[in-house]
Design a protein around this ligand. Structure first.
Ligand code: NDP
Length: 602
């Protein structure tokens, strides 16, 4: 292990300066516009490689109690929690050919979840399932999503390979009219949206991208027909191929070792290195995780959430690199609170961060044998500027003779593409295949984005209502003028790195709203005053993330270096406090947003 460096004020100043220079090398004037969506001539990148040819079916024209938009974990959990509340007709509408959301689409070789399986997989108490590895492979997670769907009888009424294209409130009937791209038009008393945050793949707008004659695809639509193999590897189709991969984020770090094993030659085109910490995946027994007691999974995920939210807790049940780095992560979260002396806080934070990042950089030197390659793989930014990654295979892959690291930072990414390959720094790298591990657009899949027109009372579009006055919600779930519309995982709520936990809390809340409204034959709709009060509560303690993100290397966390977090306003006291607030509110105040469905009969 390399010698730990003493963090004198001079060393810290040098580090700050290095971070600034490295950031400058990467900030681009075109910001988020540097990316292309998978539409128009690039639409084929988003085609579903896993579903059987979508069979023709008659358009659906019936009525359900609840329509759920999205069949990822948010939608499935909403369905399950509705069932527990006794709601009969629940229909999930999902673009993919089955449940799973991100785990349906992402099946690239090496895919795992980097959050411990025993806290990431929801409803383990309810299904009796106990993962066998600390970090689960993607396929196990996808199957668990299907398991929940089956257990709560969500399959028969679901519409797969179907995208919702419009949601229109009909005031006279007191229901939503749901339109889809398969000409369905049915009614739902309630709509729950669970459309995800990183669900639309993006491509780099590299000049000449359309000219390349080799094979290309995005990691979220892996082409096993071309590569051969499975998510476990064995990509025999690449044995004699020159393969390139663009992107070294959380996905790239998982996919590179598998490509390295099987490609004739692998070129890794890197713009910004990830921080790559120890993974230490291992088999676990039910006893190791305490799965012999009822309620074990709930207790474990609560414990994890408390720790990564910076809340005090006696014991660290998960005890991994996430929980060990919780003090640095908290900076990312809305629960980051500046109480006391800000200068002292920032100074202490800077030292803790430098210790961690020095450890990450020292690991590169320890693992990678070629010093020049090792230098290029070192991340020069603060830990929480980018999603931390974990791998015991990624850095090691660069010791192989068939792997070449190509640094693209000086040209702000790949310079251009030709018919034959990729050009960086004037050198052309001829390729047979180029894999885009270039991530996803943020904030385009929600109902406020305008992609999915949502018309509330008087035909008002949610997008217009929000662009005129900013997002307006109560707790992030409901909005005045949009009765019986419940948004999960949205703005003005609270999030965390263990996103399935957050979604489950939201699902419980959404299902409780529906059950309460059904019991009283009421509509769910907050008053404008309730929205005002919530927005004021958010603003009052809003944390100042800007100084932190402004200094960060570009990425989707800070709108590609614009200095602002990409996430809109969030509950400032963190996910633990938010969940407690919701539970209290359900007990004491839920009636406040229920209004008579039939005032005339009233
Ligand atoms: P990211 O957005 O994190 O990474 C995209 C990568 O593409 C970056 O390395 C980026 O470089 C690179 N890139 C983009 N354009 C160019 C270009 N023109 N030239 C060269 N490089 C380019 O996407 P990921 O799919 O890796 O991850 C997205 C998110 O998905 C993660 O942050 C995480 O939230 C989630 N995820 C979670 C996993 C889990 O285990 N829970 C696993 C995988 C993903 P640069 O950094 O310089 O912009």
């Amino acid at each position: 292990m390399a010698q730990a460096q003493e963090l004198t004020p001079e060393v810290l100043a040098e580090l700050r300066e290095r971070y600034r220079r490295e950031r400058e090398r990467r900030v681009r004037p075109d910001g988020t516009r540097q990316y292309l969506g998978a539409d128009a001539e690039f639409g084929y990148y988003a085609a579903d490689p896993y579903a059987a040819e979508a069979a023709g079916r008659e358009p659906v024209r019936d009525r359900v109690d609840v329509a759920i938009v999205g069949g990822g974990f948010g939608g499935i959990l909403a369905g399950a929690r509705l069932r527990q509340q006794g709601i009969a007709r629940v229909r999930v509408i999902e673009k993919g050919g089955d449940f799973g959301g991100t785990w349906y689409w992402n099946r690239y070789p090496g895919i795992h979840c980097d959050i411990e399986a025993h806290v990431y997989l929801p409803m383990l108490d309810e299904t009796g399932y106990v993962p066998e590895w600390k970090y689960a492979p993607g396929e196990e997670i996808r199957r668990h999503a299907v398991r929940i769907g089956e257990k709560f009888d969500l399959c028969a009424d679901a519409l797969f390979s179907t995208a919702v294209t419009s949601l229109t409130w009909d005031d006279t009937d007191g229901s939503w009219i749901v339109g889809t791209d398969r000409h369905d038009e049915f009614r739902a008393t309630y709509v729950i949206t669970a459309t995800g945050t990183l669900s639309e793949l993006k491509l780099p707008g590299i000049p000449g991208i359309e000219a390349f004659r080799g094979h290309t695809f995005h990691t979220s639509r892996w082409d096993y027909a071309y590569t051969g193999g499975t998510p476990d590897g064995g990509l025999t189709g690449l044995a004699d191929k020159r393969v390139g991969v663009v992107g070294t984020g959380a996905t790239g770090v998982q996919v590179v070792p598998k490509l390295a094993e099987d490609a004739g030659h692998l070129y890794v085109f890197q713009r910004t290195p990830s921080s790559v910490d120890v993974r230490d995946n291992r088999r676990t027994t039910a006893r190791d995780v305490g799965a012999d007691r009822p309620g074990w999974a709930r207790e474990r995920r609560e414990n994890f959430l408390r720790i990564v939210s910076g809340e005090a807790t006696g014991e660290d049940l998960v005890a991994d690199r996430w929980t060990a780095s919780a003090g640095l992560l908290e900076k990312l979260l809305p629960s980051f609170r500046r109480t006391g002396d800000r200068a002292a806080f920032e100074a202490a934070y800077e030292v803790a961060d430098a210790v961690k990042m020095n450890e990450i950089r020292a690991r590169v030197d320890d693992v990678v044998t070629d010093p020049e390659t090792a230098d290029r793989l070192k991340p020069w930014y603060r830990y929480a500027c980018k999603r931390p990654t974990f791998s015991d295979l990624y850095l090691q892959a660069f010791n192989r003779d068939n792997v070449t690291l190509v640094d693209t930072a000086d040209t702000h990414g790949i310079e251009r593409m030709t018919e034959r390959g990729v050009v960086v720094g004037g050198t052309e790298y001829p390729l047979d295949c180029l894999v885009f591990a270039t991530g996803f657009s943020v904030g385009v899949s929600g109902v406020h984005s305008g992609r999915l027109p949502v018309r509330g009372r008087g035909g008002v579009l949610l997008r217009d209502a929000w662009s005129a006055h900013g997002p307006r919600t109560l707790h992030g779930f409901t909005s005045n003028g949009f009765p019986n519309l419940i948004q999960l995982g949205g703005t003005q709520s609270a999030s965390s790195v263990n996103y399935t936990h957050v979604l489950d809390e939201h699902a419980v809340h959404g299902a409780a709203l529906v059950a309460a409204a059904e019991a009283k034959d009421a509509l769910v709709e907050p008053s404008r005053e309730a929205e005002d009060a919530w927005i004021a509560a958010l603003a009052e303690h809003a944390p100042d993330h800007e100084w932190f993100h402004a200094e960060c290397t570009p990425g989707y966390y800070n709108a590609e270096g614009r200095g602002r977090p990409n996430g809109p306003t969030a509950y400032p006291h963190g996910a633990v406090a938010f969940h407690e607030l919701l539970a209290r509110w359900r007990k004491e105040s839920m009636d406040e947003i229920l209004s008579p469905r039939h005032p005339a009969r009233g």
